[in-house]
Every structure is written in structure tokens, then in C-alpha cells.
Design a protein around this ligand. Structure first.
Ligand SMILES: C[S@@+](CC[C@H](N)C(=O)[O-])C[C@H]1O[C@@H](n2cnc3c(N)ncnc32)[C@H](O)[C@@H]1O
Length: 223
């Protein structure tokens, strides 16, 4: 980690702290979601898709996609998914986007600290993404504010923009599925609460995407 640039960043940012994600240290602050352990399943899912071993002693599946694929990470936040994918798959091209400029600054700092060469872009979902990625990955906000089991006080240090979505938490996920299928992007890996999976699978099916794998909170859908 480059200490001098990190110190500069910390001086200018609210309450920076460090978290581990997939064995690497990421800097975060109140502008981004704290990376969660369940999101690591997204990385395992994608490594398995390209035939790369992700667990000691477990054979990966036969590769469905090449390791030099182009991936767009939508709602990148701290950049934990995009940066981890670049470091695990050095031949991949990674585009990391977020609607929040403040989040993108955190992602940029993490990419710099971890020496990950990724493209960062401000965009509302796929709106500003001109490239056609082989795969879209997204951990978008999916919490519905009405869920009784949510501890809103515990979540109050993270931005609402990173957590909450309307329509049972599915508003952004459904919009992304629409955009992915309109652009004929063939592979989509999403995170959502397991209680939402059935609805997502049914909606995606109507749009031409089939569920291929569920791994914890992660769903892999493809044409
Ligand atoms: C649940 S956080 C995930 C952050 C990170 N990918 C992770 O897994 O820790 C969702 C992210 O989506 C971003 N976001 C919210 N609405 C968006 C939109 N319409 N387009 C793109 N990004 C959006 C938020 O700013 C936030 O950074």
C-alpha cells in the first residue's frame, strides 16, 4: 500500500477505515458500502465461470468464458469487486462504474493502492457505458426500507444510496436486467437477498435470461 497517498486521502476524507475483502485490504469511508463477506461469493462465481480454481482442493467447472473477458461492475462502491476481479484475472478488462462521484473517488484510491488497472466511470447503471461487456456484475442496492428485520441504526453509517431500493428492493436490479437484455449482453452475475431470488429469476426469464447457478447471495444468469 502506498502510505503517503493514503495519508493524504485520509486527511481529506470522513472516517476512513480498512476492511478485508477476498484477502486484500480496502480503504472505506462513509461514502461507500462496507464490503460484506457474502459478496465474496460473486468473485467465486466468476472465477468458476472462467475455469479458475477458487477454493483449494475444488476443481473449477469447465470454462464458459475466457479469462481475457471484459467485465462491467455496476455500482462499484469501494471498488472491491472490480479490483479483486482485475487482480485475480489480470488479462481481463474491467470497467467499474457508480452513480456516486464520491464512491468513485474511494474506488480510485483502492485501485491505486492495490495496483489494479481498471477503468472508472460515473454512470447511472449502463447509461454511459459504451463498450459491450461479456459479463455484467452488480451488487446494487437491494434493501427495502420496509423490511422488519433490518437494523436501520446499524446501517446508518453507510449511504442510503448504497443500500435502499424501491419496489421490494428490486427497482434497480430489474432496471439493470432490462438494460442488459436490451443490449444483448449474455452473462449477468448479481447479488440479492435470497428472499428476492425467485422474483429476480422469474423477471429475468421473461427477458430471456436463465438462472445457471445460485451461490449464497449470488445469482448467475445467462442467455
Ligand atoms: C450495495 S452498494 C455495493 C458496493 C460494492 N459493489 C460492494 O459490493 O461492496 C451499491 C452501489 O451502487 C451504487 N448505485 C446506486 N444507484 C446506482 C445507479 N442507479 N447506477 C449505478 N450505481 C448505483 C451506490 O452508489 C453504491 O456504491
Amino acid at each position: 500500500m502506498k502510505e503517503s497517498s493514503l495519508n493524504n486521502f485520509e486527511q481529506n476524507q470522513p472516517m476512513s477505515q480498512y476492511v478485508d475483502f477476498y484477502g486484500r485490504v480496502f480503504i472505506i469511508n462513509s461514502d461507500v458500502l462496507i464490503p460484506r463477506p457474502e459478496t465474496e461469493m460473486i468473485i467465486d462465481t466468476i472465477l468458476n465461470l472462467v475455469g479458475k480454481p477458487y477454493l483449494p482442493g475444488v476443481k473449477p467447472s469447465k470454462a464458459k468464458l475466457p479469462q481475457n473477458l471484459t467485465i462491467a461492475d455496476i455500482g462499484t462502491g469501494s471498488g472491491c469487486i472490480a479490483i479483486t476481479l482485475k487482480l485475480e484475472l489480470p488479462n481481463a478488462t474491467i470497467i467499474a462504474s457508480d452513480i456516486s462521484e464520491k464512491a468513485l473517488k474511494v474506488a480510485e484510491k483502492n485501485a491505486d493502492n492495490l495496483d489494479a488497472s481498471i477503468e472508472l466511470l460515473q454512470s447511472d447503471l449502463l447509461e454511459k457505458i459504451t463498450a459491450k461487456p461479456d459479463l455484467v456484475v452488480a451488487n446494487l442496492p437491494y434493501v427495502d426500507e420496509s423490511w422488519e428485520w433490518i437494523d436501520k441504526k446499524a446501517l446508518s453509517k453507510e449511504p442510503a444510496l448504497a443500500l435502499y431500493a424501491n419496489n421490494g428492493g428490486l427497482e434497480l436490479i430489474n432496471k439493470l436486467i432490462d438494460q442488459v437484455t436490451e443490449r444483448s449482453i449474455k452473462h449477468l452475475v448479481l447479488e440479492a437477498d435470497p428472499c428476492q431470488h425467485e422474483q429476480i429469476i422469474n423477471f429475468a426469464k421473461k427477458k430471456g435470461l436463465t438462472l445457471r447457478e445460485t451461490r449464497g447471495f449470488a445469482l448467475y444468469l445467462s442467455e
